[in-house]
Ligand binder design. Structure first.
Ligand code: MG
Length: 355
């Protein structure tokens, strides 16, 4: 082997080795890149960046369900709805209009409204068709606007009206059970009666009627003591997958002790829905506690608890969102809203996505 040959053979050898090393290192960095891509793909698969433009909240969230202490959208992501409750339908039913629902969606950016159908006091029991028509007007408008709507049996003694409640909810479920918009609230605010022997059997009987026509929409169940003792449900949940439990508060009256009860229920995997709250005292009047209202909103946000404020009404009381005589078809200026009305509208608009 002469020098030239040795040189060229060494050169070839070095070339081969360096190619091999370079191939090796290039292949392992390719693997690394591939691995990184794989990780990115996995992360992407878990939380896809949703760039779709949705025309409504119902189009985006779709069919809701309950899992553990959360309400989930159609993709299994926890969601939170914010909106307004109407007032007792028999007393201030004039706001149960498609125009008001549209205004609450467009201007207030509500993602949910609540039709509070009165039962007693010249409500549904006395005038079933009249009161039901008000609920239907709101539900049809909510479907048209693509927002969620709570059909609320607004009663303090519903266990005495079980047959009427079963008839009503069966009719609603048959009519609306295929719409993801609908949320059933079977009993607004029970008094101080037993969860185990009175309230739970009542809810189960009504849910059985609903489930004949609607297998899946969420039912929110009222709890003892004006829907405050959600802790009664611990170890005594209703045997239905899509049930949440009602928590009501009035910020100037109910404070940390009630949040402690709510937290206890949440820690026991109980899903809560605030179908009604006020910025005022429990009377709906007397004083507003803005600081406590904010503490409550922060608590609800932290736990993704949906909420509706009491109420769309022009009654002369602090909890009413509207001043006396405000239009029954929306279009309200800030001066048409009360102190509470402006506080709540600002909160909803600040937090909800606009569609
Ligand atoms: Mg359904």
């Amino acid at each position: 082997m002469n020098l030239k040959t040795l040189f060229s053979k060494s050169f070839i050898f070095i070339l081969i080795v360096s190619t091999f090393i370079s191939c090796g290192s290039s292949s392992s960095s390719e693997e690394l890149i591939a691995e990184n891509n794989e990780n990115t793909d996995e992360e992407t698969a878990q939380t896809p960046p949703d760039t779709t433009t949705y025309t409504s909240v119902v189009e985006e969230y779709g069919q809701l369900s309950v899992s553990g202490n959360k309400i989930l959208d159609k993709n299994g992501n926890p969601i939170q709805l914010r909106g307004m409750s109407f007032f007792w339908s028999q007393w201030i039913g004039k706001y149960y209009t498609p125009e008001t629902v549209k205004w609450l969606k467009d201007d207030w950016e509500c993602t949910v409204v609540r039709a509070a159908m009165a039962v007693d006091y010249e409500g549904y029991l006395a005038n079933p068709e009249v009161e039901k028509a008000k609920v239907i007007a709101v539900v049809d408008a909510a479907i048209a606007e693509g927002i969620y709507v709570i059909i609320d049996w607004h009663d303090h003694e519903a266990e005495k009206h079980l047959e009427a409640s079963k008839t009503f909810f069966a009719e609603m479920a048959e009519k609306y059970g295929d719409y993801p918009n609908i949320i059933y609230e079977t009993y607004n605010e029970p008094l101080d009666v037993s969860w185990k022997t009175v309230l739970k059997p009542y809810h189960e009987a009504v849910i059985a009627e609903i489930r004949k026509f609607d297998a899946d929409n969420i039912v929110v169940c009222g709890t003892r003591n004006w829907s405050q003792n959600v802790n009664d449900v611990i170890g005594n949940k209703i045997n239905d997958e899509n049930v949440a439990y009602t928590l009501h508060y009035y910020a100037a009256t109910h404070k940390q002790p009630l949040r402690d009860i709510a937290a206890l229920a949440l820690n026991n995997n109980i899903a809560l829905f605030v179908t009604e709250y006020g910025t005022t005292q429990a009377s709906g009047d007397d004083s507003i506690d803005a600081e406590e209202a904010k503490i409550w909103w922060d608590f609800l946000d932290a736990h993704k608890i949906s909420h509706c404020n009491w109420s769309i009404a022009d009654k002369e009381e602090l909890a009413a969102a509207l001043i006396p005589g405000a239009s029954a078809t929306g279009g309200w200026a800030a001066s048409d809203l009360t102190t509470s009305g402006n506080m709540v509208r600002n909160e909803i608009r600040a937090k909800n996505k606009a569609y």
